[in-house]
Write a protein that binds this ligand. Structure first.
Ligand SMILES: Cc1cc2nc3c(=O)[nH]c(=O)nc-3n(C[C@H](O)[C@H](O)[C@H](O)COP(=O)(O)OP(=O)(O)OC[C@H]3O[C@@H](n4cnc5c(N)ncnc54)[C@H](O)[C@@H]3O)c2cc1C
Length: 131
């Protein structure tokens, strides 16, 4: 079995080896953002830090630059559970920087609630307490 190289983290920097041989390097974060190329200068600085930390990355081509949205609630806590005013509508949002890691647990908690009527959603995540 192939061993997966570890994630390397530094100040304002992470380096994540992927199974296909590519390496993800990131990242920047902006409060206001409307142009996917606006952070290219900051990304160049991120790449410089990555190459300084892992010289083996020097000379490798950048195959893709990627930008996305980190959905964030006003409190930074995720929103999970029944919509406060629309019966039958459920929310799973506000994952911010950990939305992918959170998704399996959010899915289980919502499925338990919707399919089994078992409510284990933490009070601080519930939309109706956050208005
Ligand atoms: C650079 C970066 C790095 C990240 N790293 C991590 C990480 O390491 N670990 C982690 O856990 N999380 C990470 N995140 C955060 C994570 O990506 C988000 O928290 C997560 O994707 C949120 O999931 P979501 O389903 O709420 O929203 P999204 O993933 O944004 O999905 C929303 C979907 O709805 C679609 N949509 C929007 N409007 C409409 C419409 N009107 N009609 C139909 N469809 C629509 C969009 O196209 C999209 O597909 C990162 C985010 C970024 C930007």
């Amino acid at each position: 079995m192939a061993t997966q190289a570890p994630v390397i983290m530094g100040p304002g920097l992470f380096i994540v080896p992927h199974a296909d041989g590519t390496v993800a390097v990131g990242s920047t974060a902006e409060r206001v953002w409307d142009d996917p190329t606006a952070t290219d200068g900051q990304l160049d600085a991120v790449l410089e830090r990555a190459r300084a930390l892992v010289p083996a990355l020097s000379g490798l081509p950048v195959v893709e630059r990627w930008a996305g949205v980190r959905p964030r609630s006003a409190t930074r806590r995720p929103l999970l559970g029944p919509h406060p005013t629309r019966p039958g509508v459920f929310l799973a949002n506000g994952g911010f920087k950990i939305g992918v890691a959170l998704a399996p647990l959010a899915g289980v908690l919502l499925a338990d609630l919707i399919l089994e009527g078992r409510d284990r959603i933490p009070p601080e995540f519930r939309p109706e307490t956050r208005a």
